[in-house]
Ligand binder design. Structure first.
Ligand code: 6R9
Length: 658
């Protein structure tokens, strides 16, 4: 029974159950047409063209978001106030008075119209073994899990920790929480037991959901064992639900509950709870540059609306497209663009379990061909890695299904952008470089949020999404001066609220206001620096805490990274490149003085095998800086570090160089 659940999801569904089921859905859903677009929603308000619509969305944000929320979401009862926000207190509330259930919006209403449409394609580690789950099946799994959670004592307002790789039961677990009114706290299944324990303790979870083992890049990982170690130090945990990803048995204690076995005993109908718009949907921990990880809080209606809308318009997603976001569900990208945005839109979304180089560097593109992926969304770090292996790995596969290529997580340097566009997209797919954060909930700046024909400049995030009003503030004078003209640089802030933004840091509202609203009063501060071009397009120049000062000139890291990585340069060479270090150093110095300026020339150049990166692929620059400053006792929070050896190697190499 367990295996069939993982392999084929061939759950029996009797006609009578089916009827009950649909009746339940019908009561909850209103007619919904994914093809209807925003301009129609606000057309009655006299707006017809795209730039007019953007202006309307920021100038008349209540009318804009009110109309879109009524059109796009199914409400159990309507909201009375569109927004009630005050940045000075960090108060953000949207759609007050409204009641809805997120799982109904993501599942039931699509089951009502097209039950056999594929919701999830689970791209398992071994190529060619994918599993497809329809909306009907996903609703069934969600309901059974919801009932199981209730039987295990999970109540509305509780927070369930999910420690699972991307798989249908992980998505069903998230939606089951939403269905019964619990919050979820997904922890990336690559985190150590200490990092997991920290997050479970902070969230005060009584229930953890995990799998016996994970499978990634041909390797089996004992996830349940990590959970066992973690919960030893988590007194709040009363039970661990264990799904079987592999057939290997694991030791079970009194606390452990065999998930598939128990959920199969449950009913396939689970009454959705009517949630207030501002009830918590999930916590997601993200590490700051100092201090403990922050549990950012997202709520129901605003988050769902914002992810659905950005998913539809930034990627130009259309009904029946196959959306392939290769992030992990443990990051905000996975939450917003694998789960909530695509499912709210009734889309088909891919869950990628493997790595970009398993079993070989053609994996992504072989998958694109086999699954017919239309929108591919990945990270610059993977693009840079694949570029090193050469074009053939891409060209071996048919990529004609691709329509849009997305990038997220870091600035995408020109070489990677150009390769992605020319080689992967055959020069015919727009590359959308999407800027956003865990804190923003969804994409805020992207090339084509409103106009599928708009110009795209390589390496620029370009334009704000509907309702997003960016501002560049002067970092030197404490934000007193705001740059309103074009061709200027500053701290990237957002000057009015949008529905997708985080509401607080779990249990630390003061830290929330201090971090995001106090640095520039009246604005949400992103922590990133940006440049606004003469044409008014935005380019992200990297984290402000990464800004480096060379001979009195402020340099954003992205600017330098276009050529090399930093002024103390760490160089990672392409595979099979053999070069003497001093020759390389000379060449790099010449490149920098030619492309940027003489003053930017690096003093030290260190060749390394790899850079210390977070598990989501961001370079941990603060760690590099500490190494260079010889402050290796103060490396800070390393819980997100992917490969601990990388730091030791960098330290050893640095010592050799001095
Ligand atoms: C979605 C995500 C957020 C930080 C953000 C910025 C960097 C993300 C970017 C980008 C340049 C882009 N970032 N997208 N920088 N261009 N397109 O990654 O969320 O993990 O919270 O990271 O990532 O520095 O502030 P999160």
């Amino acid at each position: 029974m367990m295996c069939s659940l993982w392999r084929g999801f061939s759950l029996p569904l009797t006609t009578s159950l089916n009827r009950r089921f649909l009746k339940c859905c019908r009561q909850l859903s209103r007619s919904y047409n994914i093809e209807s677009c925003i301009p129609e929603a606000v057309a009655f308000q006299g707006v017809s063209d795209h730039s007019g619509l953007y202006k309307f969305s920021v100038n008349e944000s209540d009318r804009f978001w009110g109309a879109v929320a009524r059109q796009r979401l199914s409400w159990i009862s309507p909201f009375h106030t569109v927004q009630n926000c005050d940045f000075s207190q960090g108060k953000i509330k949207w759609f007050e008075g409204g009641k809805l259930n997120v799982s109904v919006n993501c599942l039931d209403r699509h089951v009502h119209t097209s039950p056999e449409r594929v919701a999830l394609i689970w791209e398992r580690d071994e190529p060619g073994t994918e599993v497809k789950i329809t909306y009907r099946q996903l609703l069934e799994l969600t309901c059974r899990l919801g009932n199981l959670l209730k039987r295990q004592g999970v109540r509305r307002g509780d927070c369930v920790t999910i420690y699972m790789p991307p798989c249908p039961l992980a998505v069903a677990s998230m939606l089951a929480c939403a269905r019964i009114g619990a919050a979820h706290n997904v922890v990336f299944a690559g985190f150590s037991s200490e990092a997991l324990a920290d997050r479970i303790r902070d969230a005060q979870s009584s229930t953890v959901i995990t799998v016996n083992q994970g499978v990634r890049g041909g390797k089996v990982v004992d996830l349940k064992r990590t959970v066992d170690q973690a919960v030893q130090n988590c007194p709040s945990v009363q039970q661990v639900l264990v799904a079987m990803r592999t057939e290997n048995t694991v030791a079970m204690t009194d606390r452990d509950v065999p998930l598939e076995e128990e959920m199969m005993k449950e009913d396939v109908v689970c009454e959705p709870v009517a949630m207030d718009s501002e009830d918590v949907l999930f916590l997601l921990y993200t590490s700051g540059s100092t201090g403990k990880p922050k549990g950012l809080v997202h709520t129901q209606a605003g988050y769902l609306l914002y992810t659905a809308l950005t998913h539809r318009y930034v990627f130009n997603y259309h009904d029946r497209d196959v959306f392939g976001c290769v992030a992990d569900i443990g990051w905000i990208t996975g939450h917003s663009y694998i789960v909530y945005g695509p499912l709210c839109n009734g889309g088909t979304t891919v869950l990628f379990e493997s790595t970009p180089v398993y079993p070989n560097p053609g994996r992504y593109w072989e998958m694109v061909e086999r699954l017919g992926i239309n929108q591919f969304y990945g990270a610059p770090t993977a693009i840079r890695l694949l570029l090193k292996y050469g074009d053939e790995w891409v060209q071996n596969y048919n990529r004609s299904s691709l329509k849009t290529l997305g990038s997220v997580g870091e600035p995408i340097n020109t070489e990677a952008w150009e390769w992605y566009h020319r080689v992967v997209g055959d020069g015919r797919c727009p590359v959308v470089d999407t800027w956003w954060q865990t804190e923003t909930g969804g994409i805020c700046i992207a090339p084509r949020p409103s106009d599928p024909e708009a110009e795209i400049v390589p390496g620029m995030a370009m334009r704000p999404f509907y309702g997003i009003k960016p501002a560049l503030l002067d970092t030197e004078v404490g934000g007193a001066l705001s740059h309103s003209s074009n061709d200027s640089t500053g701290a990237l802030c957002i000057s009015q609220a949008w529905p997708g933004m985080a509401r607080t840091i779990h249990n630390h509202h003061q830290r929330f206001t201090e971090t995001y609203f106090q640095p520039y009063p009246g604005y949400f501060f992103t922590g990133d620096g940006a440049y606004r071009s003469k044409e008014g397009y935005y380019q992200i120049v990297g984290r402000l805490d990464d800004v480096i000062n060379v001979s009195g000139h402020r340099l954003g890291t992205a600017e330098l990274e276009d050529v090399v990585v930093c002024v103390y340069v760490f160089v990672v060479l392409k595979k099979a490149v053999m070069v003497q270090e001093d020759v390389l150093a000379q060449q790099l110095r010449e490149m920098v003085s030619r492309s940027i300026a003489k003053y930017a020339c690096p003093d030290f150049i260190q060749v390394v095998r790899c850079l210390p990166k977070t598990r989501s692929g961001k370079i941990m620059r603060r760690v590099l800086r500490k190494v260079v400053e010889r402050n290796t006792d103060e490396l800070g929070d390393l819980s997100t570090l992917d490969d601990p050896d990388s730091v030791h190697e960098v330290i050893r190499g640095h010592q050799r160089l001095r």
